[in-house]
Design a protein around this ligand. Sequence first.
Ligand code: NAI
Length: 403
Amino acid sequence: MIIQPKIRGFICTTAHPTGCMQHVLEQIQFAKEQGQLKNGPKKVLIIGASTGYGLASRIAAAFGANAKTIGVFFEKEPDSKRTATAGWYNSAAFEQKAQAAGLYAKSINGDAFSDDIKAKTVQLIQQDWQGEVDLVIYSLASPRRIHPKTGKIHNSVLKPIGKPYTSKTVDVMSGKISEVTLQPATEEDIENTVAVMGGEDWTMWMEALLAGNCLSKGVKTLAYSYIGPTLTYPIYREGAIGRAKADLETTAKNLTQKLSALSGQAFVSVNKALVTQASAAIPVVPLYVSILYKIMKAKNCHEGCIEQMVRLFKDRLYATDKVVVDDKGLIRLDDWEMRTDIQNEISALWETINSDNIESLSDLAGYRHEFHKLFGFELPGVDYTQEVDADVKIPSLASEVTV
Ligand code: NAI
């Protein structure tokens, strides 16, 4: 079929397999160019491995450190009417290229919140790796979670806490800036958001891996978080999602204790705001990101997911024997985003930006381009007028019998 983008709000309902391959290849190329880590991780489990930060983590581990990887994600395979989701094609591309490079790469597709997928992952690690995972990356971003013990469905919200929040926001495709008022989250909303995006499931994963003897001595585990500037505090850091992120920080401390017999450590890594499927859904944030991109590109310090993840491995996790953290024990990859000069310029632009000047005051065009790339569109060298076979298999899943 000929595949074109079909954008509905902040999601694209189609994905292009050749474009996704190209997007993965770009990231592999970057990771390889930065040189191989000598003392990097060897066996890495990535939960949320198919897009955004999780995919980039997988690529950085495999192609920047020669690590074996198992990736867990929840993606839709193609059928006769629809393309697969981008994460499916990304994972097919990643596995193909990893295996061609002689790197072990297997994937598990299903609901990471479930007991079943955890058990399946433990079994695979025991069988293929004799249980020696030395790095576990938790990079899930999901709007809902079915709790494995209670069966309750928790829906997360992107809302402020305490009082309504009014701010500028942009319709990315039209460039129209309008004012949005978000009503505050209820206590139940906050609890649900913490249940989905907080640390309970991360803990359940680590407990399952510990119980299955899957972790090696000195194992590290990380979850990703965001802090951002005061400008976005009401919707992010001090909003319902911020509570979930605070819960991750507490969880990291508790997990480090649970892992003490293995001298293991758990960390939260605070990453830069970037265009991903998850961040596109947050009101206000795309406008902030468009301005941020403009300024960071002008100052030559812009990074995408792969640049961030390579820096995480090289300069934070495996630079020395000790992981590099701030005074609160957090890994900081948002250091360049949060530079005073950069944030001062954003604050000034935020006041003046409107629908008429947005294209010149921000990098909205760059945002749109990155958004298309997430789904395999607008990649150089791909002819989107050509027929393409949407029925792509993920090598390690192809032989699986689904029951
Ligand atoms: P993303 O939407 O690109 O990736 C989410 C991943 O989670 C995908 O691999 C998806 O398949 C997987 N997933 C979702 N629900 C699942 C389920 N039920 N079972 C199995 N897999 C599931 O998101 P992104 O942006 O890479 O986010 C990852 C983490 O990074 C999140 O914790 C996010 O808060 C954090 N982060 C993101 C930033 C951003 O600007 N995008 C900035 C800083 C942190």
